[in-house]
Design a protein around this ligand. Structure first.
Ligand code: ZN
Length: 321
C-alpha cells in the first residue's frame, strides 16, 4: 500500500471496502497483481478501477496491487444466528453493543494458529528462504559494490523470522472476534453447543448485510466466512490466520467479524456499538424454555424500546404420524 493520502477518508475507505473485487466502471473482476486506482472521474464520481479504465481518472486517491481477500464475504441475504444465554441477551440490549472476544481466550488452541507444531520446521525453512530472497533481491537494484555478504543475509533473515514469531503471539491478544453461525434453518445442534443452560437459550437471527449495516459499515471490521483446512497439509497465511480453523470445526459454519490492531490493555474483549433495530431480524427462544421466559424477553424488549418478533423455537412444533 502506498502512503495514505489526506483525501482517503472514511467515505472512500468504505467505498473501497465495498468495491474491492471489480472495476466499478466496466465490471471486470480484478486479477492478482492488477493495479487498482481509487479516485474520481470527470463527473466527480468516486471509482475503484483497473488499468482497463484508468484513462478516465481525473484524480487519484490511492493505488493498490490487487490481492483477493482470503475470506469470502457471504451474499447479503445469508441468514446468520447468534446463540446466547438470557444474561448475554440482556447485556446485548443494555449496552447496544456486540461483544468481540480477545482471540487468545477462545477454547480452540488453534485460534489464529499458522500451522501445527510438528510442521514448524517446514514453516521456518519456507520463510527463511523467502526473507533471504527478499533481502538479496530488493525492489530497487543496488550497485555491485553494495551487494550483501552471505552471512549478512542469513543473520538478517533469521532476525526477521524470529520477529515473525513474536508478531504471531502478539496478534493473539490484539485481535477481537465476534462469531455467528450460518444456516438458513434453525439448528438443534447449535442450541446445545452454544448455550450453557439450554432452557434459557436465546438466539438472534439476522443476515450478513444487516450485521454489516448494524456495525455502521465500519471498514475496519472485516466480516466473512471461516475457511476450514487440514493443518497437516496447509499453513494459514501470515496476516490471515484468524480466517482459518481446523476441518473438525466445519459443522460450525462460522461467519465472523474481526477487528485487529488495538492493544488489549488487559481487556478480555471489546464492546462495539451496534444498531439493534437493524441487527435483529427475529428473536428465537430455545426449544426447551418455559413460557415465562418468553414473557420475560417481551418485558426486556419493551424496556429497551425494541419492537421485534419473538418466536418459540420451531424445533418445538408437534408432529403427527
Ligand atoms: Zn475497467
Amino acid at each position: 500500500m502506498q502512503k495514505m493520502s489526506l483525501k482517503h477518508t472514511t467515505k472512500t475507505l468504505v467505498f473501497l471496502n465495498e468495491h474491492h473485487d471489480n472495476c466499478t466502471l466496466c465490471g471486470r473482476a480484478f486479477e492478482k497483481d492488477d493495479t487498482t486506482h481509487l479516485g474520481y472521474i470527470n463527473d466527480k464520481t468516486l471509482v475503484n478501477i483497473g488499468n482497463c479504465c484508468s484513462g478516465n481518472l481525473t484524480e487519484t486517491i490511492i493505488r493498490h496491487v490487487f490481492r483477493k481477500r482470503v475470506y469470502e464475504i457471504p451474499p447479503n441475504d445469508t441468514v446468520l444466528w447468534r446463540f446466547m444465554d438470557f444474561t448475554k441477551f440482556v447485556s446485548l440490549l443494555s449496552t447496544s453493543s456486540l461483544y468481540f472476544t480477545r482471540a487468545d481466550l477462545f477454547s480452540d488452541p488453534f485460534e489464529g494458529a499458522k500451522g501445527v507444531l510438528k510442521n514448524k520446521k517446514k514453516w521456518d525453512k519456507l520463510y527463511l528462504e523467502f526473507f533471504k530472497s527478499a533481502i538479496e533481491n530488493p525492489p530497487e537494484p543496488e550497485p555491485e559494490k553494495e551487494k550483501k555478504s552471505k552471512d549478512y543475509v542469513t543473520i538478517e533473515a533469521k532476525r526477521l523470522l524470529s520477529q515473525l514469531d513474536s508478531i504471531g503471539s502478539r496478534q493473539q491478544t490484539e485481535t477481537f472476534i465476534n462469531c455467528w453461525h450460518e444456516n438458513p434453518y434453525e439448528s438443534e445442534a447449535m442450541w446445545k453447543l452454544y448455550t450453557s443452560n439450554l432452557a434459557q437459550g436465546i438466539s438472534i437471527k439476522t443476515t450478513y448485510y444487516k450485521l454489516y449495516r448494524a456495525l455502521n459499515r465500519n471498514p475496519s471490521i472485516s466480516i466473512g466466512r471461516v475457511n476450514y483446512i487440514d493443518y497437516n497439509k496447509e499453513f494459514a497465511g501470515i496476516n490471515d490466520s484468524f480466517w482459518y480453523k481446523r476441518k473438525s470445526f466445519e459443522h460450525e459454519k462460522e461467519v465472523r467479524a474481526i477487528v485487529k490492531g488495538f492493544s488489549s490493555n488487559g481487556d478480555y474483549g471489546k464492546l462495539i456499538k451496534v444498531d439493534l433495530n437493524i441487527l435483529i431480524d427475529k428473536i428465537y427462544i430455545s426449544p426447551t424454555s418455559p413460557t415465562w421466559i418468553i414473557e420475560l424477553v417481551k418485558d426486556v424488549l419493551v424496556k429497551y424500546g425494541l419492537n421485534k418478533k419473538i418466536e418459540h423455537s420451531e424445533l418445538n412444533e408437534k408432529p403427527f404420524h
